[in-house]
Design a protein around this ligand. Structure first.
Ligand SMILES: [Zn+2]
Length: 245
Protein backbone atom coordinates (compact mmCIF):
# COMPACT_ATOMS: atom_id res chain seq x y z
CA UNK A 1 0.00 0.00 0.00
CA UNK A 2 1.45 3.33 -1.04
CA UNK A 3 0.82 6.37 1.14
CA UNK A 4 1.16 9.88 -0.16
CA UNK A 5 2.05 12.45 2.50
CA UNK A 6 0.83 16.01 2.02
CA UNK A 7 2.78 18.57 4.03
CA UNK A 8 1.91 22.14 4.93
CA UNK A 9 4.50 24.94 5.21
CA UNK A 10 5.29 24.04 8.83
CA UNK A 11 6.16 20.53 7.72
CA UNK A 12 3.20 18.88 9.41
CA UNK A 13 2.03 16.02 7.31
CA UNK A 14 -1.07 13.93 6.94
CA UNK A 15 -0.93 10.87 4.76
CA UNK A 16 -3.50 10.47 2.02
CA UNK A 17 -4.11 7.34 0.01
CA UNK A 18 -4.47 3.81 1.40
CA UNK A 19 -7.79 2.30 2.39
CA UNK A 20 -10.84 4.26 3.51
CA UNK A 21 -10.57 2.68 6.99
CA UNK A 22 -6.91 3.60 7.22
CA UNK A 23 -7.60 7.20 6.20
CA UNK A 24 -10.37 7.43 8.80
CA UNK A 25 -8.09 6.10 11.53
CA UNK A 26 -5.27 8.51 10.62
CA UNK A 27 -7.70 11.43 10.52
CA UNK A 28 -9.10 10.37 13.93
CA UNK A 29 -5.58 10.28 15.43
CA UNK A 30 -4.75 13.62 13.83
CA UNK A 31 -7.88 15.25 15.31
CA UNK A 32 -7.20 13.68 18.71
CA UNK A 33 -3.75 15.27 18.56
CA UNK A 34 -5.26 18.67 17.80
CA UNK A 35 -7.79 18.34 20.63
CA UNK A 36 -5.01 17.54 23.05
CA UNK A 37 -3.44 20.88 22.12
CA UNK A 38 -1.23 19.50 19.36
CA UNK A 39 1.49 18.74 21.92
CA UNK A 40 4.06 15.99 21.37
CA UNK A 41 2.85 12.67 22.82
CA UNK A 42 5.32 12.76 25.72
CA UNK A 43 4.15 16.18 26.95
CA UNK A 44 0.51 15.13 26.80
CA UNK A 45 0.88 12.61 29.61
CA UNK A 46 3.08 14.62 31.95
CA UNK A 47 2.18 14.11 35.63
CA UNK A 48 0.83 17.02 37.67
CA UNK A 49 3.84 18.73 39.21
CA UNK A 50 2.70 22.31 39.69
CA UNK A 51 0.05 24.72 38.52
CA UNK A 52 -0.83 23.50 35.05
CA UNK A 53 -3.97 25.42 34.34
CA UNK A 54 -5.65 28.75 35.04
CA UNK A 55 -2.48 30.76 35.30
CA UNK A 56 -4.24 33.83 33.90
CA UNK A 57 -6.96 35.85 35.56
CA UNK A 58 -10.50 34.74 34.87
CA UNK A 59 -13.92 35.83 36.12
CA UNK A 60 -16.68 33.24 36.38
CA UNK A 61 -20.13 34.36 37.54
CA UNK A 62 -22.63 31.73 38.71
CA UNK A 63 -26.10 33.29 38.79
CA UNK A 64 -29.73 32.28 39.13
CA UNK A 65 -32.74 32.44 41.45
CA UNK A 66 -32.91 30.95 44.95
CA UNK A 67 -32.70 27.13 45.20
CA UNK A 68 -30.94 26.75 41.83
CA UNK A 69 -27.74 25.27 43.30
CA UNK A 70 -25.32 28.21 42.94
CA UNK A 71 -23.47 27.42 46.16
CA UNK A 72 -23.25 23.72 45.31
CA UNK A 73 -21.79 24.54 41.91
CA UNK A 74 -19.26 26.96 43.43
CA UNK A 75 -18.19 24.47 46.12
CA UNK A 76 -17.75 21.82 43.43
CA UNK A 77 -15.38 24.13 41.53
CA UNK A 78 -13.50 25.04 44.74
CA UNK A 79 -13.01 21.35 45.52
CA UNK A 80 -11.42 20.85 42.09
CA UNK A 81 -9.13 23.87 42.59
CA UNK A 82 -8.08 22.52 46.00
CA UNK A 83 -7.23 19.11 44.51
CA UNK A 84 -5.07 20.94 41.96
CA UNK A 85 -3.15 22.50 44.84
CA UNK A 86 -4.51 26.02 44.38
CA UNK A 87 -5.02 28.30 47.37
CA UNK A 88 -8.72 29.07 47.69
CA UNK A 89 -10.24 31.88 49.80
CA UNK A 90 -14.02 32.24 50.02
CA UNK A 91 -15.44 35.64 50.95
CA UNK A 92 -18.99 36.58 51.88
CA UNK A 93 -20.70 39.79 53.01
CA UNK A 94 -21.09 40.09 56.77
CA UNK A 95 -24.77 41.18 56.79
CA UNK A 96 -26.20 40.13 60.15
CA UNK A 97 -23.30 38.09 61.54
CA UNK A 98 -20.54 39.59 63.66
CA UNK A 99 -18.03 36.78 63.22
CA UNK A 100 -15.05 37.00 60.87
CA UNK A 101 -15.00 33.35 59.92
CA UNK A 102 -18.07 31.35 58.98
CA UNK A 103 -18.82 28.12 57.16
CA UNK A 104 -20.69 28.26 53.89
CA UNK A 105 -22.97 25.22 53.61
CA UNK A 106 -24.93 24.34 50.48
CA UNK A 107 -28.40 22.81 50.61
CA UNK A 108 -26.86 19.43 49.77
CA UNK A 109 -24.51 19.69 52.76
CA UNK A 110 -21.20 20.61 51.09
CA UNK A 111 -19.12 23.02 53.19
CA UNK A 112 -16.25 25.51 52.94
CA UNK A 113 -14.71 27.97 55.39
CA UNK A 114 -15.38 31.62 54.53
CA UNK A 115 -14.06 35.02 55.58
CA UNK A 116 -16.70 37.71 56.13
CA UNK A 117 -16.18 41.33 55.04
CA UNK A 118 -18.21 44.51 55.60
CA UNK A 119 -18.01 45.71 52.01
CA UNK A 120 -16.11 45.17 48.76
CA UNK A 121 -13.22 47.47 49.82
CA UNK A 122 -12.12 44.78 52.33
CA UNK A 123 -11.96 41.95 49.79
CA UNK A 124 -8.54 42.65 48.25
CA UNK A 125 -6.73 42.64 51.62
CA UNK A 126 -8.53 39.43 52.63
CA UNK A 127 -7.49 37.45 49.54
CA UNK A 128 -3.84 38.49 48.99
CA UNK A 129 -2.66 34.89 49.54
CA UNK A 130 -5.28 33.31 47.27
CA UNK A 131 -4.96 31.91 43.74
CA UNK A 132 -8.70 31.39 43.65
CA UNK A 133 -11.09 33.98 45.08
CA UNK A 134 -14.70 32.90 45.60
CA UNK A 135 -17.29 35.55 46.44
CA UNK A 136 -20.70 34.50 47.74
CA UNK A 137 -23.90 36.55 47.54
CA UNK A 138 -22.52 39.07 45.06
CA UNK A 139 -25.93 40.82 44.95
CA UNK A 140 -25.48 42.05 48.56
CA UNK A 141 -22.20 43.89 47.87
CA UNK A 142 -21.88 47.59 47.07
CA UNK A 143 -21.44 48.87 43.51
CA UNK A 144 -17.60 48.81 43.72
CA UNK A 145 -17.59 45.00 43.55
CA UNK A 146 -17.20 44.80 39.73
CA UNK A 147 -14.02 46.92 39.76
CA UNK A 148 -12.61 44.91 42.69
CA UNK A 149 -13.26 41.70 40.74
CA UNK A 150 -11.56 43.16 37.64
CA UNK A 151 -8.47 44.12 39.64
CA UNK A 152 -8.22 40.64 41.17
CA UNK A 153 -8.40 39.07 37.70
CA UNK A 154 -5.71 41.49 36.46
CA UNK A 155 -3.47 40.18 39.26
CA UNK A 156 -3.89 36.71 37.72
CA UNK A 157 -6.41 35.39 40.20
CA UNK A 158 -9.36 33.18 39.29
CA UNK A 159 -12.50 34.84 40.61
CA UNK A 160 -15.77 32.92 41.04
CA UNK A 161 -18.78 35.02 42.06
CA UNK A 162 -22.19 33.62 42.94
CA UNK A 163 -25.32 35.71 43.28
CA UNK A 164 -29.01 36.18 42.68
CA UNK A 165 -29.41 37.74 39.24
CA UNK A 166 -32.89 39.09 40.16
CA UNK A 167 -34.48 40.29 43.39
CA UNK A 168 -37.86 38.97 44.63
CA UNK A 169 -39.63 41.39 42.25
CA UNK A 170 -37.79 39.94 39.25
CA UNK A 171 -35.66 43.08 38.79
CA UNK A 172 -31.87 42.70 38.12
CA UNK A 173 -30.25 42.65 41.56
CA UNK A 174 -27.67 45.24 42.66
CA UNK A 175 -24.30 44.91 40.97
CA UNK A 176 -25.00 41.48 39.42
CA UNK A 177 -25.94 42.77 35.92
CA UNK A 178 -22.52 44.48 35.60
CA UNK A 179 -20.71 41.43 36.94
CA UNK A 180 -22.51 39.22 34.42
CA UNK A 181 -21.47 41.56 31.61
CA UNK A 182 -17.78 41.66 32.50
CA UNK A 183 -17.48 37.95 33.32
CA UNK A 184 -15.30 35.73 31.14
CA UNK A 185 -17.65 32.87 31.90
CA UNK A 186 -21.27 32.79 33.05
CA UNK A 187 -23.15 29.83 34.47
CA UNK A 188 -26.84 30.58 34.76
CA UNK A 189 -28.69 27.88 36.71
CA UNK A 190 -32.41 27.22 36.99
CA UNK A 191 -34.48 25.74 39.82
CA UNK A 192 -37.87 24.04 39.63
CA UNK A 193 -41.12 26.05 39.79
CA UNK A 194 -43.03 25.04 42.92
CA UNK A 195 -46.34 25.57 41.10
CA UNK A 196 -45.91 23.76 37.78
CA UNK A 197 -42.59 21.88 37.89
CA UNK A 198 -41.13 23.70 34.89
CA UNK A 199 -37.66 25.31 35.07
CA UNK A 200 -37.75 28.33 37.40
CA UNK A 201 -35.74 31.53 36.96
CA UNK A 202 -37.37 33.77 39.58
CA UNK A 203 -37.57 33.98 43.36
CA UNK A 204 -41.06 34.29 44.83
CA UNK A 205 -41.29 35.97 48.24
CA UNK A 206 -44.31 34.93 50.31
CA UNK A 207 -45.46 36.66 53.50
CA UNK A 208 -47.88 34.54 55.54
CA UNK A 209 -48.29 32.43 52.39
CA UNK A 210 -49.31 35.32 50.10
CA UNK A 211 -47.14 36.94 47.38
CA UNK A 212 -45.19 39.91 48.78
CA UNK A 213 -45.97 43.28 47.22
CA UNK A 214 -43.52 45.27 45.13
CA UNK A 215 -43.13 47.75 48.02
CA UNK A 216 -41.79 45.19 50.53
CA UNK A 217 -38.10 45.76 51.39
CA UNK A 218 -35.46 44.51 48.94
CA UNK A 219 -33.23 42.88 51.55
CA UNK A 220 -34.76 41.34 54.66
CA UNK A 221 -32.33 40.58 57.47
CA UNK A 222 -33.61 38.62 60.42
CA UNK A 223 -37.01 37.97 58.83
CA UNK A 224 -40.26 39.90 58.88
CA UNK A 225 -43.00 37.67 60.17
CA UNK A 226 -43.66 34.42 58.36
CA UNK A 227 -41.59 35.11 55.29
CA UNK A 228 -40.68 32.29 52.91
CA UNK A 229 -39.25 31.94 49.41
CA UNK A 230 -39.98 29.64 46.49
CA UNK A 231 -38.53 29.22 43.03
CA UNK A 232 -41.09 30.09 40.36
CA UNK A 233 -41.22 30.21 36.56
CA UNK A 234 -42.01 33.38 34.61
CA UNK A 235 -45.71 32.50 34.43
CA UNK A 236 -46.19 31.78 38.14
CA UNK A 237 -44.05 34.57 39.57
CA UNK A 238 -46.41 37.04 41.28
CA UNK A 239 -45.60 40.55 42.56
CA UNK A 240 -48.74 42.56 43.37
CA UNK A 241 -48.28 46.25 42.62
CA UNK A 242 -45.27 45.87 40.31
CA UNK A 243 -45.56 48.20 37.33
CA UNK A 244 -44.70 46.14 34.25
CA UNK A 245 -42.01 47.91 32.26
ZN1 LIG B 1 -44.52 27.60 36.97
Amino acid sequence: MRLEVVRDRAGRGIATGGTVEGRRMRRYRFMQGLRAGGLPARARFRRLSGPMFYTHGWVHVIAGCMFCGKTDEMLRLLRRFSIAGRRVILVKPRLDTRTDRVTVTSRSGAQHQAVTVDDSSEIEAAVIEADIVAIEEGQFFDDRLPSVVERLAELGKQVVVTGLDRDFRGVPFGTMPRLLALADQVTKLTAICMVCGEPATRTQRLIDGAPAGADSPLIVIGGMGDETYEARCRLHHEVPGLASS
